[in-house]
Design a protein around this ligand. Sequence first.
Ligand code: MSP
Length: 651
Amino acid sequence: MEKKTFYITTPIYYPSDKLHIGHCYTTVAADALARFKRLAGYEVFFLTGTDEHGQKIERRALAAGKEPKEFVDEIVAWIKNLWKLLDISYDDFIRTTEKRHMQAVQKIFQKFYEQGDIYKAKYEGWYCTPCEAFWTERQLVEGNCPDCGRPVELVAEESYFFKMSKYVDRLVEHIETHPEFIQPVARKNEMINNFIKPGLEDLCVSRTTFKWGIPVPFDPDHVIYVWLDALSNYITALGYMSEDDSLLKTFWPANVQLIGKEIVRFHTIYWPIFLMALGLELPEKVFGHGWLLLDDGKMSKSKGNVVDPIVLIDRYGSDAIRYFLLREISFGADGHFSEEALVQRLNFDLANDLGNLLNRTLAMLKKYFDGRIPERGEAGPEDEELLQEAAMLPQKLEALMDELQLSGALAELWKFIGRANKYIEETAPWALKKAGKESRLQTVMYNLLESIRFISVLLSPFMPKTPIRIWQQLGIANYPELHTWESLKTFGGLPAGISTQPGEVLFPRLELTAEGGPVRQATKKDKPQTTKQPQKAKEKQTEGLISIDEFARVDLRVAEIKEAEKVQGADRLLKLIVALGEEQRQVVAGIAQHYQPDELIGKRVIFVANLKPAKLRGIVSEGMLLAASDDEGNLTLVTTEAPIKTGSKVK
Ligand code: MSP
């Protein structure tokens, strides 16, 4: 049977500066898609690289007192290292300064010229160097670049022009007859209405006022316009115009070209027109994703450590960063980045939902079956839904990934994690044990372990390091056949008799420190021992204990819940208004899975009144309710035993 192929590309990055966390989104998303398709049995070619020519880079190099090539070499090495840290599994990394690319681009330019698509004329107009984009007077917004808002420069020079007009009708027809070509649909409408309908002008495709670019082969005073140079990478990397174009034959046209929304114009107008002029097919889908923004606006490197991907990977680990990026930017929309939001996702989704499922299951297995995977025994009514959902999960995720709904696919996977956690509550293994229902207990434990295996395999495209850690704990690290797509065809592949190896917590809960950066939250293991203490130095015995004065610093009060509502887009959060005597406070509490908003009104709870305010999902939270939770996922608010005035101090 012929193998299905899948060609996916990212834009090639400008090595003009080190990248920030927002830049990482395109490449992490493309990597997750590439890995997913490989898992699903496709022969994948995943291309990324760097866009190294043009006036912007030349000026940056000059400012740094370096030759352009020396300047880009350093940043390209930094970018490659970043991709390694983020587990980016590219098949090729193309640099536009490589000979293979430069020669092919010259041949492309020559071909355009020979077939009459290019003519020489004088260009007079505006140029935005940061965007490397030409603009007409009418397109400027208050005299600035309409894309980035920065000042433009007046350019007047002799240039070669590409006859866009020759192909524009074919392009419009293609866009109209291939609704999947420009995704999401809103971007398609924007292209047609804002750029094509007002009249597409011929594009200036060479420059003469600087040198850092690929020379026009028949007129070496000109360098080829950097976007024509850069866009060609998607085919030059496959050997187009070289002696060996077998990769092109196998993989072109691309299945998905993933790009940020600000460069959709280049990829859905110029790029398809160049391809038409070359007689090549157009890519199946160009997807313009949203941006990752900071609360106070656009991301930039000048925001320092908080957006530095290497600092963040070092603090939280690459899988947590990948998870955050993929989950936070939903289909086509913008997402928000803050370290608080990152820590929150880490604590809720990774530590609580996923981590607890594994821990609880392995802890119960140890207690009930000495850590060994049991045979399945008696079936029960709670099994049906779990098994059905597990069986549908791979196809569900694949359909979402095909629509590029990466965040949606993760949400679906987490829904199943939630389902498995609920299965624990429904079946109550501890009660089965107590009642001596051994055979039923075997089935329940088996189904949980097999569900975790399903989750781990489907998680691997998104978080490549975590599944390996889960497989080690399940005792199946050396069973590669249990890590495959095929192995998800039957629920029940996990062999009985294997000894599990509960290991370290997958994702410890973290807290942000005032200085920035996380610390681990105290866990049971961190707490001081109270029994059988060996004789140690005195300070050792009191390590971890606090004095009465330290305790008194926590201002605990009785509060009454006045209002409660769900926080949109956050399954676990409720926004509450509580009264402390005369005062009212707003607080965001992670209790939505345990309480309905209505049942909370009027409850008197214990409230931490002197906690520094924090923002959760953009909502300010001024305090915290006390709640107790156990290993089995139960949670209850701490309330007062008898009526007492709100605002009363708790000591
Ligand atoms: N060199 C061009 C692309 C040429 S492709 C033929 C370029 N490079 S870039 O380095 O500026 O951007 C690379 C990618 O990073 C783009 O997809 C861009 O959208 C993405 N991002 C840059 N900042 C971003 C965010 N804040 N959030 C999400 N993606 C962002 O453009």
